[in-house]
Ligand binder design. Structure first.
Ligand code: C2E
Ligand code: CA
Ligand code: CA
Ligand code: CA
Length: 277
């Protein structure tokens, strides 16, 4: 088999390995996933650490394929970027999430923030601005209730381009957040040149061995520095009461993780809200 750019295989040949065959099958399945209605947006609550009130939710895409089963986004998002499907998929997620958020604002009788993930490739797309504008218009969601999450690595890929785009996005009145903070090589001082509202502390900061507290101290320092820079902080991957206790000893603003709820389908999210948790 011939390796094409980016390590992807272009031709199907008998000597092709099992892994690349599976990959080709997944690529062609992904091309039809949208039109076949195989995608579903799940939502994970984000709660205020002090009051434990749900302040919003993150939209997380799920792909249910009749044969491949549940393909994790960490697998299909990079593939969608490679085959040029990410714009269409990203646009769909944004529309779904915005409409859902507006419906929930009405149903729950208060403003909730909807966070939507953007990949590096989407950031480079000329269609992004238009897509965000359309999602806001079609849903009627107030812009300050929409938040876009961009990973640190995506922002640092081309910082000058990112700065221009983020300024443009910010002019729509939406919120901007840096995702997976602490996994890349950027400094907060540098990131603060971007018009960001919040920072999501990567869950790796909470995953430590008992007795080894230094990543927690580091997390605390990041939270404090973020506040100095006027960024609110969301801790992600909060799983245990131990995590919760630690975070309560800091000035972290919001949390997300399995200790509150895993990402769930919209109907289940409503049940969660109506149970008053
Ligand atoms: P992310 O944005 O960092 O999302 C958080 C991931 O952590 C999600 O994985 C979520 O299900 C998982 N998670 C939530 N709570 C916990 C916890 O307590 N412990 C642990 N260990 N994990 C937790 P998921 O849903 O598999 O998504 C993986 C990544 O795929 C996301 O990471 C995001 O980068 C990307 N992704 C998901 N949906 C979309 C989308 O609609 N568009 C784009 N561009 N990327 C997406
Ligand atoms: Ca995210
Ligand atoms: Ca994250
Ligand atoms: Ca991530």
């Amino acid at each position: 088999a011939k390796a094409a750019g980016g390590g992807s295989f272009r031709f199907y040949t008998p000597d092709m390995g099992e892994a690349s065959r599976a990959r080709m099958a997944m690529q062609s399945a992904l091309r039809h996933a949208l039109e076949r209605g195989e995608f579903e947006v799940y939502y994970q609550p984000r709660v205020d650490l002090r009051t434990m009130e749900t302040t919003g939710m993150e939209a997380l895409l799920r792909w249910h394929h009749p044969v491949l089963g549940e393909v994790p986004p960490a697998q299909f998002i990079p593939l969608a970027e490679e085959i040029g499907m990410i714009d269409a998929i990203g646009h769909w997620v944004l529309q779904q999430a915005a409409v859902q958020a507006q419906a929930w604002c009405v149903r729950f009788g208060r403003a909730v923030k909807m966070s939507v993930n953007l990949s590096a490739r989407q950031l480079r797309s000329r269609r992004l601005m238009q897509s965000v504008r359309q999602a806001l218009q079609a849903s009627g969601l107030p812009p300050q209730q929409l938040e876009l999450e961009l990973t640190e690595t995506a922002l640092m890929d081309d910082p000058a381009m990112a700065a221009t785009l983020l300024t443009e996005l910010k002019s729509l009145g939406i919120r901007l957040s840096v995702d997976d903070f602490g996994t890349g090589y950027s400094s907060l001082a540098y990131l603060c040149r971007f018009p960001l509202d919040s920072l999501k502390l990567d869950r790796s900061f909470l995953q430590i061995h008992p007795g080894d507290v230094s990543p927690w101290r580091l997390a605390e320092a990041i939270i404090n520095l973020a506040h100095t820079l006027k960024l609110s902080v969301v801790a992600e991957g909060v799983e245990t009461t131990e995590h919760l206790h630690f975070l309560r000893s800091t000035s972290c603003d919001e949390i997300q993780g399995s200790c509150v709820s895993d990402p769930v389908p919209a109907a289940q999210f409503e049940a969660f809200m109506e149970a008053g948790i």
